[in-house]
Ligand binder design. Structure first.
Ligand code: C2E
Ligand code: MG
Ligand code: MG
Ligand code: MG
Length: 285
């Protein structure tokens, strides 16, 4: 089985695949140790009120500070953590640190109205005692439940599992907010929306990217925003990169947005600086 006659392009592809597989194996092996040594860090990306430009809250996004590989993005290890079950302790770590950050960020911001959004993966949400652990964490940190938004994905709702609906209801009964992340990418039918009690939709970046590309795309986004309003759901647009995106979304009365236009996700200290700079420009009433 020689490489003779194999197109160069294919060989390069194969070797890239190989490298990727090796890296993935390495991450899988090192994940245990990373949890034990506290090798994770949260970055915080602001969520902005599109009409006023004021900070609405932050989304906590985890990174892994790998001793040899540097800062590893979540898309490279969340799935691995899900596969091997480490997502549960990792998710608990994220929840605890995001809640602590929310407490201190809120003490800096005059209105004390900031929210903290935390991504929760399917296996983490389904882990026994998840809701109770979240509520205990909130009580211990003395953060009002309404300051926390749990971001779930449409895939969590797919099976129409009674336990999931009961847990979502329990979270919301306590005042925790629930948001559907990457809305519009995961599920072809909207019929589940009226059965699932959530507070907000995060309009996936793919819609934001193409909002200016055609009348049809624009109308689609307008339709989603209107649907959300009818169902009394907030909309947060993801991945706003240009002023044109922001303006179009604001004109459609999309309430909130996040994206590189405002800032990339920031380490805690830089998030504090961003918050201070932004609230000087537009102080809370
Ligand atoms: P997500 O929850 O949809 O988060 C938004 C992602 O889009 C983040 O990538 C963010 O950095 C990126 N983003 C924000 N604004 C822009 C923009 O204007 N342009 C572009 N190109 N990208 C933008 P990140 O931090 O790499 O996270 C990727 C995904 O990893 C997240 O997608 C989320 O699904 C997952 N994730 C991150 N942190 C956690 C966590 O603590 N737990 C779990 N279960 N998943 C997490
Ligand atoms: Mg998210
Ligand atoms: Mg998202
Ligand atoms: Mg996304």
């Amino acid at each position: 089985n020689s490489a003779k006659g194999t197109p160069e392009r294919w060989r390069r592809y194969e070797s890239a695949m190989h490298e990727q597989a090796v890296r993935r194996m390495r991450l899988r092996t090192d994940l245990d140790q990373a949890l034990a040594t506290d090798a994770f860090v949260l970055h915080y990306q602001p969520i902005v009120d599109l009409a006023t430009g004021r900070p609405h809250g932050f989304e906590a996004l985890v990174r892994w500070q790998h001793p040899a590989l540097g800062l590893v993005p979540p898309l490279e290890f969340i799935e691995i953590a899900e596969e091997c079950g480490l997502i549960v302790p990792l998710g608990d770590w994220v929840m605890r640190h995001a809640i602590a950050a929310a407490v201190s960020l809120r003490s800096l911001y005059p209105a004390e109205s900031l929210t903290m959004s935390v991504n929760v993966s399917v296996r983490q949400f389904r882990s026994p005692g998840f809701v109770q652990r979240v509520l205990t964490e909130l009580a211990q940190a003395d953060l009002p439940c309404g300051a926390l938004t749990v971001e779930i994905t449409e895939s969590l709702l797919l099976g129409d599992d009674e336990h999931i609906h009961a847990d979502l209801a329990a979270l919301r009964a306590a005042g925790v907010r629930v948001s559907i992340d990457d809305f519009g990418t995961g599920y072809s039918s909207l019929s589940y929306l009226h059965r699932v009690a959530v507070d907000a939709l995060k309009l996936d970046k793919s819609f934001v990217d193409t909002i200016g590309s055609s009348r049809r795309q624009y109308d689609l986004v307008r339709g989603i925003v209107q649907l959300a309003r009818t169902l009394d759901l907030e909309v947060v647009a993801e991945g706003i990169e240009t002023e044109a995106h922001r303006k179009r979304l604001a004109d459609l009365h999309c309430g909130y947005g996040q994206g590189y236009l405002f800032t990339r996700p920031l380490p805690y200290a830089a998030a504090v600086e961003w918050l201070q700079a932004t609230s000087e420009v537009s102080p809370a009433a």
